[in-house]
Design a protein. Sequence first.
Length: 196
Amino acid sequence: MLQKGLMFLQVLVLLVAPAARAGNEPPSSAKDSTREPSPAEVWVTWKGAEPDKGASAWYLKRFVRHDVRFREVDAGLLDLGAGMPFDVPQADFRRTHKLAVYEQLLRAYPVTDPVARRLGDIIHDIEINLWQPKKFVESSVIETAALEYSKSRVDGSIPLPCYVAWFELIYSALQENGALAIAPPFPVECGARSKD
């Protein structure tokens, strides 16, 4: 019982301490846009299905570091081991009430690519604009497709390599057509699905 109480307090500290920061400011590491990740940098996060997590992994791979590697651990794990954490409570790059993880990465590692920036607006609409009607058709398209695909998977999560490949298809469609009325299918190599 004491051990469960101690674990609860550790999680509480991880969740509450970051809230003391100014909510609209990116974390201190995100403010330094001159920071260059090391060539062998590994980014670590919890397994999940959130579009912000997938889009963030795609952004890191496409615009920050082509050889970036990802490590996914079970949701709720506090000791993430080696690597740069993202989209977990103890990470500098995590969702706040005003910014998605993708938006924080865009601020830390800025690009002028208009489609990448537009994806930032779409991800904000999905992750932060929870109670208002969606501003972009693409927001609902992406969110619905990710949710449906995650439900079809055995563990309910979408592996980051799968998300990276899928967001590359989304990026290409937005670049070519300027809009996304229908989400591209997830690549076949995305792995095991539940039995129908």
